[in-house]
Design a protein around this ligand. Structure first.
Ligand SMILES: [Zn+2]
Ligand SMILES: [Zn+2]
Length: 94
């Protein structure tokens, strides 16, 4: 008997965030929609971000009152989803 169970070299990252079929936005989050505060961190004001609803809500709970998905309380890192503008160095030769 040779137990060769080391074939777990599959790079399956992001699998957890892929099964959000059960959670759906029901529109309730609109009632808790947080207003954008200029110059201040949203998280610092008790605002939370729901990944499913893709909205910032003013909610104290850990779970979204709308879809029931886990909310983000603190930003993981400083880098947001920055839309990288593909500044292609196109030499405009006139
Ligand atoms: Zn929602
Ligand atoms: Zn939600």
């Amino acid at each position: 008997m040779t137990r060769e169970d080391r074939h777990e070299s599959h790079d399956i990252r992001g699998l957890e965030s892929g099964d959000n079929n059960l959670v759906k936005c029901r529109g309730i989050c609109e009632r808790y929609r947080a207003t954008k505060i200029h110059g201040e961190s949203r998280y610092a004001n008790g605002q939370r971000r729901c990944q499913t609803c893709e909205i910032f809500i003013k909610w104290e709970g850990l779970w979204c009152p709308c879809c029931g998905y886990r909310l983000r309380t603190l930003p993981k890192s400083k880098k947001y989803k920055e839309i990288f503008r593909k500044t292609t160095a196109t030499m405009t030769t006139t």
